[in-house]
Write a new protein. Structure first.
Length: 216
């Protein structure tokens, strides 16, 4: 008889597969015994392929050497360390994702800083223009009146004299063209035949001459 496994010898009628039942070959009387040649299915959940003391159904680390101590999940210390350490590909992907996120955040911060600085610069320019206008307005209000007492009296030829000159009105805008002169002084010149444009031109000549004399 060929060598057969103890399991087959106990469960199979023809354990060596030679076509003759072992009971007949050995002269055994199996009267009253019902033979069953059906192989008994093996439950893989109750097997332990790596012989580490943990069934396959609960073994999360198959292939463990029998000499290595394992935990209840069938994993040795080396296998647990390998499972907890990310692979090189995972580390590379994590580093690339982190770098991309940092770049996006950097671009957003740069754009935000540029917009803030631009708004600050625009506000500073607006404030500067406003201060300049206020200063010019203040200088105009606080300017010393023009001293017209030392000016030379113009020689009049009587041009334009007549009833129309008496009826000529003097507005505030006319007085603003000759700062320092009151309405009575302007009226006196107009009564002598001067037009307002001629009087403004003469006024500017006297202002320039007075300024040159002051510098000398």
């Amino acid at each position: 008889m060929e060598d057969v496994s103890p399991r087959d010898a106990l469960t199979l009628a023809d354990a060596d597969g030679d076509g003759v039942n072992e009971a007949d070959a050995l002269g055994c009387d199996l009267g009253g015994i019902e033979q069953d040649d059906t192989a008994v299915p093996v439950d893989n959940a109750t097997l332990d392929d790596d012989d580490d003391g943990v069934y396959n159904s609960a073994d999360k680390c198959p292939g463990t050497l029998p000499t290595n101590p394992v935990n209840v999940e069938g994993c040795s210390a080396e296998q647990r360390l390998a499972q907890s350490t990310p692979s090189g590909g995972e580390e590379s992907n994590l580093g690339s994702g982190l770098m991309l996120a940092l770049m996006v955040v950097g671009v957003i911060l740069a754009i935000g800083a540029f917009m803030v600085l631009r708004n600050i610069e625009q506000e500073a320019e607006d404030a500067k223009d406003l201060i300049t206008l206020d200063a010019a307005h203040h200088d105009a209000l606080t300017a010393e009146p023009v001293d017209a007492q030392n000016w030379q009296t113009p020689v009049l030829d009587g041009t334009g004299a007549g009833p129309a000159a008496d009826a000529l009105s003097i507005s505030a805008s006319d007085l603003a063209r000759v700062p320092g002169w009151d309405e009575a002084m302007v009226r006196s010149y107009l009564d002598q035949g001067w037009t307002m444009d001629q009087l403004v031109e003469y006024y500017q000549e006297q202002v320039n001459a007075h300024a040159d004399a002051s510098q000398d």
